[in-house]
Write a protein of this length. Structure first.
Length: 500
């Protein structure tokens, strides 16, 4: 009887152990695995095989429970907040600015703790940055060094373009890898505008003594400027007025279709269907020496009449005969994005140095007609398009297989320092956009903005693994220096170089 009871006990232990292993197998991973449906059959690896006794996962420590509770409360706190600003419509999805951005001294430790929660290991993580080369990106780089304990690898070109041919060397330097991609845009709080930044390295204004402003990101500003000039010239060549019950549009001959090939590298092509009434190009209202006058489309006419009747228009852009140029700030939005496209010769867009321009080109009509600053909109497009390109690149990279990897993209917002704080580090904000996580077990997942913000916010801004930068540098001066030797094959001896 005792023997039978003993066999029964062993059998029960065996069954309990098998159940524990199955539960462990079915439990969802941190990222990339969905909770299985109830009643899912046992995995093939367990069917028909003996299973060793298993005691189940260890009970969470009091510290782990406290941390989980903190994260739960932080997520609830964020969920209870209500945004005040509507998201910005962008080509790859709407971008939320409100309740999304965080300062770098909060973002980096949260990102590090998020990585630790995914199974990344202390001391085995090598970060890489896809930043622009501007000097005001130094503070984010220093913080990444401090919290990850390693100076970051470089995946960036000027303008926030990713160098996607560097994955192999990056992967070869660490077991776990993180890529932080962020183009940047300046913000001047006194003027409340994006695209400019106060730099103490530029000579002060002789009259006011103030530090000079400069474009940020300079690469984005430089790419946009020729298109802005072309767009403004277009607005000046489109003139509108009410003639009786009709709305007439005067167009420069330069804007009309022509069989002659343009010798200009950059031009604009108008889409006349929404602008002019049907058949207007073949039957203009009036032809003149350098312009042609057409009847406007019904939709355009209604919008123009509504503005004229409801608002006091300034004399801005008014010319002889009562014509009003679309340069008028109240009228320029009448030229909607679907009415024009930019055209540039393909040979002028080749190479990595023009990748930013190629990314922006099809979206520039939206950029220039958006209610937001051009530089902000363009930087957000770069952020989105480069994340999309980078995800497909890292996911297919053999060197990253079998490693824990996270790619996170966002926008660095460089807040221009006040005149009296020129010696201080710049305040840099990070606006998260999306992340891609790929773990050692092969699971992978894209985390969209709202979930990413919530995930980051739930993690602590304290990082017990962060290094003391000053102490680390100070230690270099007291550490015993290694001899630098060179092997001389002629004498078959090592020779030491004298260090000054």
């Amino acid at each position: 009887m005792a023997k039978k009871t003993g066999n029964t006990c062993i059998g029960l232990v065996f069954i309990i152990g098998a159940i524990c292993m199955c539960l462990r197998e079915f439990s969802p991973a941190v990222v990339g695995r969905q909770t299985p449906l109830a009643g899912r059959p046992a995995p093939m690896s367990l069917r028909g095989k003996k299973v060793a006794m298993h005691q189940g996962p260890p009970e969470a420590s009091s510290e782990d429970k406290a941390e989980a509770e903190k994260r739960r409360l932080a997520a609830k706190q964020l969920a209870d907040k209500r945004p005040r600003l509507a998201p910005i419509p962008m080509p790859f999805g709407n971008v939320s600015l409100d309740l999304s951005m965080m300062s770098y001294n909060q973002f980096v430790p949260r990102m590090y703790n998020m990585c630790k929660g995914l199974g990344f290991r202390k001391g085995k993580i090598l970060p890489s940055i896809g930043f622009c080369s501007d000097e005001n990106q130094g503070y984010p780089t220093i913080l990444i060094t401090k919290h990850f304990g390693a100076y970051p690898f470089n995946h960036g070109y000027i303008g926030g373009i990713m160098a996607l041919d560097r994955h192999g060397p990056h992967a070869g330097h660490a077991d776990d890898v993180v890529l932080v991609h962020a183009p940047h845009v300046g913000f001047e709080p006194d003027l409340q505008v994006y695209g400019t930044y106060r730099r103490r390295q530029i000579a002060a204004n002789a009259d006011s003594g103030d530090m000079q402003m400069s474009g940020t990101c300079g690469k984005v500003v430089g790419v946009l400027q020729p298109y802005i000039d072309t767009y403004n010239a277009l607005l000046g060549r489109i003139r509108v007025k009410v003639e009786g019950e009709e709305v007439l549009i005067s167009l420069s001959r330069l804007l009309l279709p022509s069989d002659e090939k343009s010798d200009e590298d950059l031009s604009i092509s108008l889409q006349f269907d929404e602008l002019l009434e049907e058949g207007a190009l073949e039957n203009p209202y009036l032809r003149q020496s350098s312009t042609s006058i057409f009847r406007a489309s019904t939709s355009f006419s209604e919008k123009f009449k509504q503005i004229v009747s409801s608002e006091e228009l300034s004399e801005e852009g008014v010319v002889e005969g009562g014509w009003r140029s679309l340069k008028n700030s109240k009228l320029r939005h009448l030229l909607t994005p679907d009415m024009f496209t930019f055209v540039k010769s393909a040979e002028k867009l080749q190479g990595e140095e023009h990748r930013l321009e190629r990314s922006l080109l099809p979206n520039l009509p939206d950029v220039f007609t958006s209610p937001y600053d051009n530089e902000l909109s363009a930087s957000l497009i770069c952020m989105q398009s480069e994340f999309d390109r980078s995800v497909h690149s890292v996911a297919a990279e053999p060197a990253y297989k079998g490693k824990n990897l996270m790619l996170i993209s966002g926008l660095n917002i460089d807040v221009s320092p006040a005149q009296e704080l020129q010696e201080a580090f710049p305040t840099t904000m990070f606006l998260p956009w999306a992340a891609y996580v790929q773990l050692k077990d092969g699971s992978r997942r894209v985390i969209e903005q709202s979930e990413l913000v919530s995930e980051l916010f739930s993690h602590s801004t304290e990082n017990e693994d962060a290094i003391d930068m000053e102490e680390s540098i100070r230690e270099l001066f007291v550490r015993k220096r290694s001899r630098i030797t060179f092997f001389d094959s002629n004498t078959n001896k090592k020779k030491a170089a004298q260090v000054l």
